[in-house]
Design a protein around this ligand. Structure first.
Ligand code: NDP
Length: 450
């Protein structure tokens, strides 16, 4: 790594997620940087790794007992070179500046790959919505927005959901923004269908992930039909992945949450998935309830002493991590290889530790789809929601779905083309990194030193 970049990263040496995101990108870029000296002279990398703006603020709220509580809120506005900042908001106790910076950094290239006019940001708070009453969640969301609203707008910075931020939180955030701004604008995507939301927005990231997997398998002469699939998580991303996999006649064998995982050897069907949605979205409960209704399935609670993640230790063909960072460690990587899996499609952002990613991407028999490309369907339909809001139109589910499919097919083709062009045929990681980087870098050169 160039000395200047190392020096810049060392100023925030504790930011391990952000460092890993930067290193993963740089691991692909040598041939690109060598072929165009302007990228070096114009310090394109140095500019990309320094956020345009970091907003960090106090979020006070009052719990149901009348106790005032304080959380820390963030918004990292990473790059506006391709369009207004755009990216998710995460509410989870693990949220730190490093996590938000890495999410915002990844978003630059994801958004670039969609070819839509979208800049990149991410935000969130260490607030934990779990176990809070609806009133407490609303109070927190309103307080978060009371500070953030002055920094965002439909043409400035557009928010969407991520971990811990679903339809309920989006509603409270949007409501407070509308009141403060005295305007009903497209400042948030993932809105309710009755008030400006797009059909398929909640499912878009997960459906897009499965469309990308279908493309990868088709190129290898395979299809999802009959494939055993391990899916982690049971939130928005995991539910949508499971739904599309079931529709594609794949066998969804697992789902997980922060407390444990289920293994259903018969595979989930739409009825079982509807029950999972009921447990997670309405009861906001543990997946353990699944085995009470379907006793042939197994449930294993999380065991912090276990040196591997048991979700990844079942016989299967395809793997869809869709929960959170670092859910696949080195030991899990070996387990997946020993179980002869054929494909990994990263639904979650940075699901692999650096060691696990190196191991798995080195294994030529495994098709490896990186999150940057694979989960772009979420932001793609966010872009489509913004377009519908601007035109005061609502497209049908079929219209949105066919546009989403086209976008995912195009991203898949771009990754392959660019990987081939740079001497790495079939390498989706290099393809996504290089294609996303070039689009952003060229726009930066065009727009001068700002
Ligand atoms: P949700 O909050 O809807 O779901 C997250 C799921 O992961 C829950 O099942 C949760 O369990 C589980 N989980 C969270 N943290 C942990 C942990 N530390 N250990 C084990 N399980 C955990 O989030 P999303 O589905 O929206 O996001 C999942 C991933 O997908 C994230 O990486 C996100 O960045 C990525 N993503 C999401 C997009 C979207 O549009 N939603 C778009 C692009 C990427 P529990 O229920 O117990 O909390």
């Amino acid at each position: 790594m160039a000395q200047e970049i190392e020096l810049m990263l060392s100023r925030d040496a504790h930011e391990k997620e952000f460092r890993q995101a930067v290193e993963t990108l740089l691991s692909s870029l040598s041939p690109v940087l060598e072929s165009n000296s302007r990228y070096g002279i114009e310090a394109v990398i140095e500019r990309l790794i320094e956020p345009e703006r970091i907003i960090s603020f106090r979020v006070p709220w009052t719990d149901d007992q009348g106790q005032v509580r304080i959380n820390r809120g963030y918004r990292v506005e990473m790059s506006s070179v391709l369009g207004p900042y755009n990216g998710g908001v995460r509410f989870h106790p693990s949220v730190s500046q490093s996590i938000i910076k890495f999410l915002a950094f990844e978003q630059i290239f994801t958004n670039a790959l969609t070819t839509m006019p979208l800049g990149a940001a991410a935000g969130g708070s260490d607030f934990d919505p779990k176990g809070k009453s609806a009133n407490e969640v609303m109070g927190f969301c309103q307080s978060y927005m009371r500070e953030l609203y002055r920094h965002i707008g439909a043409d400035t910075d557009v928010l969407s959901g991520d971990i811990g931020v679903g339809g309920r939180e989006i509603g409270y955030l949007f409501g407070m923004h509308r009141k403060l701004a005295n305007a009903f604008t497209g400042v948030i995507t993932g809105k309710g269908l009755g008030w400006g939301g797009s059909l398929l927005r909640p499912e878009a990231a997960g459906f897009g992930c499965v469309y990308f997997a279908e493309n990868m398998l088709a190129r290898a002469g395979l299809s999802l039909k009959g494939m055993g699939c391990l899916v982690s998580g049971s939130g928005k991303m995991a539910q949508a992945i499971a739904e599309k996999l079931i529709a594609s006649e794949a066998r969804v064998l697992t789902l997980s949450d922060s407390r444990g995982h289920i293994h259903d050897p018969n595979g989930l069907d739409m009825e079982k998935l509807a029950f999972v949605k009921h447990i997670k979205n309405e009861r906001r409960d543990s997946l353990e309830a699944y085995v009470e209704k379907y006793p042939h399935a197994g449930y294993l609670p999380v065991d912090p002493q276990l040196p591997y993640n048991p979700v990844w230790n079942h016989d299967a063909d395809c793997v869809f991590p869709a929960a959170t960072e670092y859910e696949i460690g080195l030991r899990d990587g070996y387990n997946l290889i020993n179980n002869h899996i054929k494909l990994i499609c990263e639904g979650s952002n940075m699901p692999c530790t650096a060691e696990a990613m190196a191991l798995l991407t080195d294994k030529k028999s495994i098709l490896y789809g990186p999150a940057k490309a694979v989960n772009a369907g979420g932001v793609a339909v966010a872009g489509l929601e913004m377009a519908q809001n601007n035109m005061r139109l609502s497209w049908s589910r079929e219209e949105v779905d066919s546009r989403l499919k086209l976008i995912m097919n195009d991203i898949h083709a771009t990754c392959l083309e660019v990987a081939e062009q740079y001497g790495q045929p079939g390498n989706y990681v290099h393809g996504a990194n290089i294609a996303g980087f070039i689009r952003v870098a060229e726009a930066m050169l065009d727009q001068g030193t700002v």
